[in-house]
Design a protein around this ligand. Structure first.
Ligand code: NAP
Length: 307
């Protein structure tokens, strides 16, 4: 038989965990379903320094754990499972998972986003053999080696700076001649003696048989081709929302983000979305947490109107 809840939250990052805290504190029976590590993307972030309340910053893993602990204290239940399908039935919203079926009056989608692949030859084959998407996880493997970072956003710069603690040199390769990252990140990167920059350059192939040996590069302005010897390639070329499993159920924009109104309500009554999966998200920990709170407050209002 289905296990029934007032609210089921799918995804255990800052958006889902904040939604869980608010829903549980409102005395709604609440289940959070997460297939991976609680905390979502921040679980791998070494140091979060722009979440208010932590003047010295806090490890992303610790922040995720603390958010979960706080919500659990008020009655949030959590299950480790992957959602395989969602069905709208007369009795409610049926959530099918690898650990069985659950029934909800309200759903809050908070499955976040994950790193884009660069999509060049060698990337898939050498993943875990020098290709990585996580400096905090894999940086120590590249002590005194030369590594490349691909991308020009906050992630590329932030993770590049983490790598300077291990690598002898970090070469940031960007397709334009200006970084997209915030000014603060840029200043830190330009001031770091171990960081070098290759502008107007794209990687066309990651070279190596059983481990990364280098990159084939092309200058997008001159067309000039070159190779660069590196032992590691860290890729940060943006994120895509984890909404593939919602295709056909909810309205998504061209990039796959869920379309919502200002109450985090989707076009289906009783289904809300929060965090990086929603359209126009600023993609910050604090905005994800704010979305989660808004979604739960809207859910509470929806449920009281149903009664
Ligand atoms: P992003 O801001 O979308 O930046 C992606 C970078 O990759 C851009 O510089 C982009 O180049 C480049 N790029 C995209 N596709 C490429 C391709 N095919 N080949 C080569 N380069 C490519 O992604 P992000 O850095 O992961 O950040 C995502 C969001 O999280 C942002 O809103 C960011 O502010 C936020 N974030 C915040 C923090 C923080 O506050 N501490 C830390 C990390 C991330 P162009 O610049 O030419 O488009």
């Amino acid at each position: 038989m289905d296990r029934a809840y007032d609210v089921i939250i799918i995804g255990g990052g800052p958006a889902g965990l904040s939604a869980g805290l608010y829903a549980a504190r409102a005395s709604l029976s609440t289940l959070l379903i997460e297939k991976g590590i609680l905390g979502g993307q921040i679980a791998n972030v070494e140091h979060v320094e722009n979440y208010p309340g932590f003047p010295e910053g806090i490890s992303g893993f610790q922040l995720g754990q603390a958010m979960h602990q706080q919500a659990t204290k008020y009655g949030l239940e959590t299950v480790a499972a992957e959602v395989t399908a969602i069905e709208l039935a007369e009795k409610g919203k049926v959530v099918k998972t690898t650990e069985g079926e659950y029934l909800a009056k309200v759903l809050i989608m908070a499955t976040g986003a994950e790193p884009n692949r660069l999509g060049v030859p060698g990337e898939e084959r050498l993943l875990g053999h020098g290709v990585s998407y996580c400096a905090t996880c894999d940086g120590p493997l590249f002590r005194d080696k030369v590594v490349a970072v691909i991308g020009g956003g906050d992630s590329a710069v932030e993770e590049g700076l983490i790598l300077t603690r291990f690598a002898s040199k970090v070469i940031l390769i960007h397709r334009r001649d200006q970084l997209r990252a915030s000014k603060l990140h840029q200043q830190r990167a330009f001031a770091n003696q171990k960081m070098e920059f290759l502008w107007d350059t794209v990687a066309e192939e990651i070279i190596g048989d059983d481990k990364v040996k280098g990159l084939s590069l092309r200058n997008v302005k001159t067309g000039e081709k070159s190779t660069l010897e590196v032992s590691g390639v860290f890729i940060y070329v943006g994120l895509h929302p984890n909404t593939e499993f919602l295709r056909g159920l909810l309205r998504l924009d061209a990039q796959g983000h869920i379309v919502i109104n200002e109450e985090m309500q989707t076009e289906i009554a009783g289904i809300f979305a929060a965090g990086d999966i929603r359209q126009n998200s600023p993609r910050q920990v604090i905005t994800a947490a704010g979305d989660g709170a808004t979604a739960s407050l809207s859910a509470e209002k929806f449920l009281s109107e149903q009664r």
